[in-house]
Write a protein that binds this ligand. Structure first.
Ligand SMILES: O=P(O)(O)OC[C@H]1O[C@H](O[C@H]2O[C@H](CO)[C@@H](O)[C@H](O)[C@H]2O)[C@H](O)[C@@H](O)[C@@H]1O
Length: 319
């Protein structure tokens, strides 16, 4: 391990992680994935303390815009070269399975979630990967919407943070028993999610810039366009709605509050499920690789090789 800016660890066989340390970036850049002590603060504090803990966490998880520079590109090239070499070594004699997050990984982060389109170049790259390896898009978004963005038929899609999994419609070449794959472990929550979505649409009308997105088995409340002084009001409002729904829980992504069922299912479980469906349950013959950029991706990082995709640090677009 010679590169100071990249950590590679193989604590478990065939599981390597790559973390691009923030020290290679401007010191002004906050850690995009701070170890959140949110759960602890929320458990111990009163109502105001809980709201403050949420607002702190909302601030921490929303790094500010950074300009890309030529030297950054050089660093990026070196890191990618190093990662590629490590992955190539680790994959010898194994089947690679590729898992890709969408927002911030395949598409740039933009203000309007309905316009987070991926480029044709990226689509071609994903198509090429899928020609070689079983490939899945694993996202917090609704599966139909993600399909309308990615538009590639030969992939697995795991929408709603893995609570809505569907296999490729055209090709079953990686599926051992050739059965169509559809798995929705939170289906009984559908009416509840729909109801809470409608309540939140109505209630958030009072908060300028808030946007509620129905992701089928979960709901996103976006605050990217909400003035910071209104974040506490927004989180209080969302929490007050959730008081009536003890079977739903609140989590957080990039400038987004996410409401989901309390079931023990996340992107990591979805990966395990997909590997099992591919015939690789607890197998050493597979090298699962996950590329992601968000806190919710950390659930998947426990299952495989992972790469934090620092798209937004290398790109001078809005984050
Ligand atoms: O698991 P992901 O694919 O990363 O989905 C997580 C959330 O992604 C989307 O929101 C994020 O991207 C938006 C568009 O760039 C951006 O406006 C927003 O601030 C980000 O949080 C999606 O809209 C959410 O529903 C997902 O939960």
């Amino acid at each position: 391990m010679t590169n100071q800016n990249v950590v590679a660890s193989d604590a478990k066989s065939s599981r390597i992680r790559f973390i691009v340390r923030k020290s290679i970036f401007s010191p002004a850049v906050p850690n995009p994935l701070p170890a959140p002590s949110l759960a602890k603060k929320i458990e111990t504090g009163g109502a105001a303390a809980k709201t403050n803990a949420w607002v702190d966490s909302m601030r921490d998880s929303s790094p500010t815009r950074v300009k890309s520079t030529a030297s950054l590109s050089e660093t990026k090239r070196k890191i990618l070269g190093f990662m590629f070499e490590q992955i190539a070594n680790a994959s010898k004699g194994k089947q690679i399975a590729m898992f890709l997050d969408y927002d911030g990984t395949l598409s740039p982060i933009v203000e309007d979630p309905d316009r987070a389109f991926m480029t044709n170049e990226m689509r071609e790259a994903v198509r090429d990967v899928a020609r070689c390896f079983p490939t899945a898009i694993v996202t917090g978004r609704c599966r139909d919407k993600i399909y309308s963005f990615v538009k590639l038929a030969g992939l697995y899609y795991a929408g709603s943070h893995g609570m809505d999994i569907k296999g490729p419609s055209k090709s079953q070449k990686y599926k051992k028993d050739h059965q169509a794959l559809l798995f929705q472990p939170a289906s009984k929550f559908l009416p509840m999610i729909d109801e809470v979505y409608k309540v939140l649409i109505e209630k958030t009308k009072s908060i300028c810039g808030a946007k509620v997105e129905n992701n089928k088995f979960c709901v996103s409340v976006h605050f990217r366009c909400v003035e910071e002084k209104m974040w506490a009001a927004l989180v209080e409002l969302v929490r007050s709605v959730l008081n009536d729904y003890p079977k739903l829980r609140l989590t957080q992504g990039r400038k987004v509050l996410e409401i989901r069922p309390t079931i023990k299912w996340d992107k990591g479980k979805a990966l395990e499920f997909l590997l099992e469906s591919l015939g690789y349950a607890n197998s050493n013959d597979v090298l699962p690789i996950y590329i992601g950029d968000d806190r919710t991706d950390e659930d998947a990082f426990t299952v495989c090789i992972y790469i934090y995709h620092y798209y937004y640090y290398f790109n001078n677009k809005v984050i």
